[in-house]
Design a protein around this ligand. Structure first.
Ligand code: NAD
Length: 319
């Protein structure tokens, strides 16, 4: 099977490399030609335009920043018109059902070209390890055909067929919306608690032992809490794009989005303050400023107090 791949950024570069390692014949394209260096060394062919990347392939994958760029590459860049009858376009970008539907209806379906959406989660480290979670929207027959390709980039048990065309984008936007909301809620709680005098370690341990525990606080936030790493591999500009698309979707389907809109505004404020390329967890820093301290765990685990005596027990060393 021959594959064209457009968009060799933080995610796409690893995904394309994993396709090569799985033995697929690959043609690649990106506006930054240097992004393809590692792929050309591994035997990929270079295409200087989106159209050249799409011509002759069985499957075209796009992994691009925004819906507008997806549209640009497929329409103005000529990729849609270059795809052959029977070829399959898989958009793995976090984009919107509406853009893909328009491209499909106007330029692909009338010529017998197939389309599906398959956005991902799992961050750049999941892309690198080939363990992405993939949410595919499309016809079951197209999903079956795409499966060997998707398996080269994602963990088999995490590749889900979530519904017809567009469903993959929707699921992905809802995941990011909830995750960003967790981040804002957890940060606000930590800021308040530490400002009120409770140590960060005690507060976090108590929250994790309570019904308010969350996977975000338990696991995802550790990069900040342990290393001050706000995840530069996913830029704030893209996080804000996803939140905007999610709020737009709420408007389109007539669901009010009070909380989501607020989270979007907080993200936009953090983007203005720390920059478009700052990591996706940068809004935590807004709350660190409010708390007057960085959120970093101490090296020792939290002293445990018994309910009966309230007396602190010696802290145990960290595992
Ligand atoms: P990125 O900005 O790092 O990479 C995008 C790539 O597209 C770049 O190499 C860029 O040069 C290329 N590009 C831009 N315009 C182009 C054009 N007109 N023609 C050809 N190439 C063009 O973005 P990313 O972090 O890899 O994210 C890609 C998509 O995946 C986005 O939709 C993002 O929301 C989504 N996503 C990202 C992550 C993450 O952790 N980074 C996780 C899940 C999903």
């Amino acid at each position: 099977m021959t594959i064209g791949f457009i968009g060799l950024g933080n995610m796409g570069r690893h995904m394309a490399r994993n396709l090569l390692d799985a033995g697929f014949s690959l043609t690649v394209h990106d506006v930054r030609e240097e992004a393809a260096e590692e792929h050309l060394l591994r035997g990929a062919a270079w295409a200087s335009t989106p159209a050249a990347c799409a011509a002759e392939v069985d499957v075209l994958i796009t992994m691009l920043p925004t819906p507008r760029i997806v549209e640009q590459v497929l329409l103005e860049g000529g990729a849609a018109d270059a795809l052959r009858e029977g070829a399959l376009w898989i958009d793995m970008s976090t984009s919107t059902p509406e853009v893909a539907r328009r491209i499909d209806a106007d330029r692909l379906a009338p010529r017998g070209v197939r389309a599906m959406d398959a956005p991902v989660s799992g961050m750049a480290k999941g892309a690198e390890a080939g363990t992405l979670q993939i949410f595919a929207g499309g016809d079951p027959a197209d999903f079956a055909r795409a499966l060997p390709v998707l398996r080269a980039m994602g963990a088999p048990e995490r590749i889900l067929h979530v519904g017809p065309n567009g469903a993959g984008y929707t699921v992905k936007l809802m995941i990011n919306l909830l995750w960003f909301s967790h981040l804002v809620a957890a940060s606000e709680v930590l800021a308040m608690g530490v400002k009120a005098g409770v140590s960060l370690d005690v507060l976090r341990t108590s929250l994790l032992a309570s019904p308010a525990a969350s996977h975000f606080l338990d696991s995802d936030m550790l990069s900040v809490l342990e290393r001050g790493d706000y995840d530069d591999s996913f830029a704030m500009v893209l996080a804000c794009k996803d939140l905007g698309l999610a709020v737009d979707l709420g408007r389109d389907v007539g669901v009010s989005t009070e909380l989501s809109a607020l989270v979007e505004q907080i993200y936009r404020r953090a983007k203005s303050r720390y920059g478009e390329l700052a990591g996706e967890m940068s809004p935590v820093r807004l709350y660190e400023e409010l708390a007057g301290q960085e959120f970093r765990l101490a090296t020792l685990t939290v002293p445990v107090a018994t309910v009966d005596s309230g007396a602190p027990v010696d802290p145990a060393p960290a595992a």
